[in-house]
Design a protein around this ligand. Structure first.
Ligand code: UT7
Length: 334
């Protein structure tokens, strides 16, 4: 059977500090009721330590994944970090994570695809394994969204939180693992969701700071419409392309941007909510971290051979879906 990659272990890291809706209500003109009803968020986690950021959370999640899988750090050949809030503009956060984990000589790089970042990174990692080039890939999604949040802007600050999730990929020849995928980008709406300044077009100046152009800027309703259209669309197209019936899917693992977007995707798939990974109420939108955190929290439910559909939509616009046949590692692997 064709060599594939499978998720051999998962880990996640959530900062201890909780930012509740009640606390947000003291910062901006909003209400617990509005946030829960329109977004599905009750609270989020915030990394408060001034000397810690995206790489720290990524390394903590990775340590847990390695420990859970009984995998030595010395086995890791590739580290891919998906993030929208890198430790620095350069070098890559993955380089810093390799140092934090004490991993030498690995092939390390970041993936920038906003909320679809983990899905993009997972697919790159899987293809590296399928190509026979590598046997052990660490894929991490980590974001310190609080570092680019304007806590006076109710359009964005109610939604986002900090966190990280990690998976270790290994090869298998039992036909299970990371399967068909559909990843696309539509650049036409990039200005509806972005961090305007701090890059090469608008480097940091006193004005960019004063104008809060280093914080996330979002046209919520425009992004919402595209998110529903594309989360549903990429699941539909993937299933149709590979002639897979909705009834064959056991679990939906969606990016956690807004509970209403998740529900719309679940409705299309005719999936009961108990089969949908949901943690937006606890963590808000953790951008690149949301899918791997869900995988870590839900993996104990998955049985060998269960079919999962992972899907995401984010700034760019980036979006995609991936089918995973869960491999509990009980079958013979290569
Ligand atoms: O992960 C990357 C992708 N990101 C997303 O997918 C996010 C997509 N967008 C959304 O989730 C939603 O658009 C939001 C949650 C950001 C906003 O929800 P909405 O239902 O689209 O609200 P809206 O902006 O259309 O505003 C509806 C009403 C307005 O009041 P009026 O004009 O009807 O009186 C807003 O002023 O809700 C008001 N509003 C708020 N009220 C209390 C907007 N934001 C808030 C708020 N608290 N935070």
């Amino acid at each position: 059977m064709k060599r594939k990659a499978y998720i051999t272990s998962t880990g996640s890291y959530l900062p201890e500090s909780i930012l509740s809706n009640e606390m947000i209500c003291e910062m901006v003109d909003t209400s617990d009721e509005w946030i829960q009803e329109r977004c599905g968020v009750k609270e989020r986690r915030i990394l408060k330590d001034k000397d810690k950021a995206t790489a720290y959370m990524a390394a903590e999640a990775a340590k847990k994944a390695l420990q859970k899988g009984g995998i030595s750090k010395d086995d890791i050949e590739v580290i891919i970090v998906a993030t929208a809030t890198p430790e620095h503009p350069f070098p890559s956060t993955a380089s810093i994570v390799s140092e934090m984990l004490g991993i030498k000589r690995a092939f390390c790089f970041d993936v920038s695809a906003a909320c679809s970042g983990f899905l993009y990174a997972l697919n790159i990692g899987a293809r590296l394994i399928e190509s026979n080039a590598y046997k052990s890939v660490l894929v991490i999604g980590s974001d310190k969204m609080s570092s680019i949040m304007d806590y006076t802007n109710r359009n964005t600050c109610v939604l986002f939180g900090d966190g990280a999730g990690a998976v270790v990929l290994k090869p298998t020849n039992n036909g299970f693992g990371i399967g068909e995928s559909l990843l696309e980008t539509d650049g036409s709406g990039y200005q509806n969701l972005y961090q305007k300044a701090g890059g090469s077009l608008f480097p940091a100046t006193a004005d960019t700071v004063l104008n809060k152009e280093h914080s996330i800027s979002m046209n919520g309703p425009a992004v919402f419409k595209m998110a529903v259209e594309n989360m549903v669309g990429c699941c539909k197209n993937l299933l149709e392309k590979h002639q897979i019936q909705k009834s064959e899917i056991d679990y939906l693992i969606p990016h956690q941007a807004n509970k209403r977007i998740i529900t719309a995707t679940a409705d299309y798939l005719e999936m009961k909510m108990e089969k949908v990974a949901l943690n937006i109420h606890k963590y808000g939108n953790t951008t690149c971290a949301s899918i791997p955190i869900c995988l870590d929290e839900w993996s104990s439910k998955f049985k060998n051979g269960d079919k999962l559909i992972l899907c995401a939509f984010g700034a760019g616009y980036t979006y995609g879906s991936t089918l995973v046949t869960w491999n509990s590692g009980l079958e013979e692997n290569v």
